[in-house]
Design a protein. Structure first.
Length: 381
């Protein structure tokens, strides 16, 4: 309750400053409000190469991207009052806004009618419910639900790579078809750049002393609510690695999980720190995951995937899943370790299913999504 009161006061203060800054005229300027930066950095590069360099980036603390082509990069947090309120001024006076997350501050931003706010969500796909369908918000107070809807109403456009995600975003954010922009998500451009993918593959493997013949498995599970402090994973990597001779397992965990997991061996390396997920996908030969959105990008590389879902009934009950998981995902769904190991040893993953999945979930992604998005939005800018 106290948290809601403090947040309400904070948002009222922000709203008043935003209203004050709104008296200044709009400028042909682009602002990027970034929690992650993956999509936004590609869009920033495209804008720069097209001569649209008046870009201000408002970086939240979670964003690690550099944005070397931006005109100005500001730390966007109340902990840095001067840059925070400067950033708020830019939000109120710029015609083009890009965001890549649920930003609570948007609940206080009454944008002018000529402003375009484009959501470039930080994942190319979704498995679990989120937004208005999120099961974890059921018992939140009415004020929180009003705030969620206020934020979602600021989204003029939501960028997607597929019709499936167009449906999911419409449901999650309460939007219409007119709000969906089917240009492909900018971050998918990476996987079509074969030169860069190959360079990253060699660099990562050399850095980890893995020769080109070693079969590398990337294990990248999503986090579980209430288990972020657990030191053990659902998958026993010691057992799995012992039964898979000739394989090396790279473990990439959610940042909140990685601090509590420290198992490594000759055949298992924790790469949760210091490596991008894109470079690890490039370096690996096989993916093991569960309810992560990683398969929506891994499929572009046309590599086999296996799904370890020993808790699917519990996960479905607690979080909700957008589709029938076992028929939708392009790889064997394994509910115990023996099944996973057997499937891996017998190489049961079907690359034809991976290709079909890629065609479905990346229908609008072809390596030129960043440029196509910029050309579409800035046509009359």
């Amino acid at each position: 309750m106290l948290k809601e009161v403090v947040l309400k006061f904070y948002l009222l203060l922000v709203k008043e400053f935003f209203r004050l800054f709104s008296y200044f005229p709009l400028k042909r300027r682009t602002v990027m409000l970034s929690s992650f930066g993956d999509n936004l950095s590609y869009i920033n590069d495209s804008l720069y190469h097209k001569g649209l360099s008046d870009v201000i980036v408002l970086k939240e603390s979670s964003c690690k991207k550099d944005f070397k082509h931006a005109q100005k990069v500001l730390k966007f947090s109340p902990k840095h009052p001067l840059s925070f309120f400067t950033g708020l001024y830019y939000l109120a006076t710029s015609k083009m806004i890009f965001i890549d997350n649920y930003h609570v501050i948007l609940a206080s931003c009454d944008f002018k009618k000529d402003v375009v706010v484009s959501q470039v969500w930080h994942a190319n796909g979704a498995v679990k419910y989120f937004g208005l369908r999120d099961k974890t918000i059921v018992h939140r107070p009415k004020s929180a639900h009003r705030r969620f809807r206020s934020v979602y109403k600021t989204f003029n456009k939501v960028v997607v790579s597929s019709d499936d995600m167009a449906y999911i975003f419409s449901e999650a954010f309460g939007l219409s078809d007119n709000n969906i922009l089917k240009t492909g998500l900018a971050r998918t451009d990476y996987y079509f750049d074969k030169k860069q993918v190959n360079e990253d593959r060699v660099k990562v493997r050399q850095g980890l002393n893995l020769d080109s013949k070693t079969k590398v498995i990337l294990y990248a599970p999503t986090y579980r609510d209430g288990h972020l402090n657990d030191s053990q994973l659902l998958l026993n990597l010691k057992t799995v690695s012992e039964k898979l001779p000739g394989y090396h397992i790279l473990v990439k965990l959610h940042p909140a999980m990685s601090a509590h997991y420290d198992y490594e061996s000759v055949f298992v390396t924790n790469v949760s720190q210091g490596y991008t997920i894109e470079s690890l996908m490039a370096a690996s030969d096989i993916l093991i995951t569960d309810y992560s959105s990683i398969p929506y990008e891994y499929c572009i590389l046309n590599k086999p995937m296996y799904f370890y879902i020993n808790d699917i009934d519990e996960y479905q009950e607690e979080r909700g899943i957008w589709f029938d998981f076992e028929s939708y995902m392009p790889g064997p769904a394994c509910k115990n370790e023996d099944s996973l190991i057997d499937n891996l040893l017998n190489e049961t993953a079907d690359l034809n299913k991976v290709k079909a999945f890629n065609k479905r979930v990346n229908k609008y992604a072809d390596g030129h999504s960043s440029d196509r998005l910029v050309d579409t939005l800035y046509k009359n800018f």
